[in-house]
Write a protein that binds this ligand. Structure first.
Ligand SMILES: C[S@@+](CC[C@H](N)C(=O)[O-])C[C@H]1O[C@@H](n2cnc3c(N)ncnc32)[C@H](O)[C@@H]1O
Length: 232
């Protein structure tokens, strides 16, 4: 689908309406995060109408040959996994929440190399070096520091040496009205881990873990898409 100027102008409006909507219905800080995702999976899946330009941009940014094996960790309702599969990748999406996976299953198609399974991102049920790439989108900021580190370590382990680790998540708020406003809105409803995620900074964390950044791009000044080459 071609993205005309009018629709592009509307994307920030969609983004903020969606965030306010989620703030009203979901408050992940109040209860166990998986229970929240189980309960609100049907609502969460509406994000596919808001964020498909982000998903497509991230999928294209991966830039690997067709049929490459890709693992999407904490896949949720599978929107990112779906866009990766549409580009011809052989995609596995893994998540803890059965509710989210039930929504993800609606995206399965005989025309796509796409499957989903229930798995903990910190204990992935795959041998070392199983995938050409692993991706995680809009999930690290929700996790405790320990789970975040455990997830990245597992992504390193299951991704081939020289393979790609792609991370899509909130940017640290930068100069400009849209990023600052977005940060103020997002911090209202995100889990308590969001603020420490932002304070630590994704790029700094990746460097500390020995993951050197190959390239990065952004989306609306709010989300960053970071590509790392796995050196292990
Ligand atoms: C905000 S959603 C993001 C979902 C999806 N990646 C996306 O881009 O829309 C976070 C997801 O992380 C999952 N999650 C949280 N902790 C996890 C863990 N330890 N292992 C696997 N999935 C986890 C939740 O179940 C939820 O589906």
């Amino acid at each position: 689908m071609t993205f005309g100027p009018e629709l592009e102008t509307l994307v920030p409006v969609y983004f903020y309406c969606y965030n306010l909507f989620m703030q009203f219905f979901c408050s992940p800080s109040k209860e166990d995060i998986t229970a929240v995702f189980d309960r609100w999976a049907w609502l969460y899946d509406f994000e596919k109408y808001f964020f498909f330009p982000l998903r497509r941009k991230a999928a294209k940014f991966l830039g690997l040959p067709i049929n490459s094996k890709v693992l999407d960790v904490a896949t949720g309702t599978g929107a990112q996994a779906y866009e990766l599969a549409r580009l011809g990748y052989d995609v596995t999406g893994a998540d803890l929440s059965s509710g989210m996976l039930a929504q993800a299953a609606k995206k399965l198609s005989p025309n796509l190399k796409l499957k989903f399974l229930q798995a903990d991102a910190t204990k992935l049920p795959f041998p070392d070096d199983s995938f050409d790439a692993s991706t995680v989108s809009l999930a690290l900021h929700d996790m405790s520091f320990e789970v975040e580190i455990g997830t990245l370590n597992e992504m390193k382990r299951v991704t081939k040496s020289g393979g790609i680790i792609l991370i899509v998540d909130y940017s640290e708020p930068s100069m400009g009205f849209v990023p600052k406003l977005s940060h103020e809105i997002v911090r209202l409803y995100e889990s308590p881990n969001y603020l420490s995620f932002i304070q630590l900074g994704l790029l700094g964390l990746l460097e500390k873990m020995g993951l050197s950044i190959q390239s990065k791009t952004g989306f609306l000044g709010v989300v960053q898409i970071v590509k790392v080459v796995n050196s292990e």
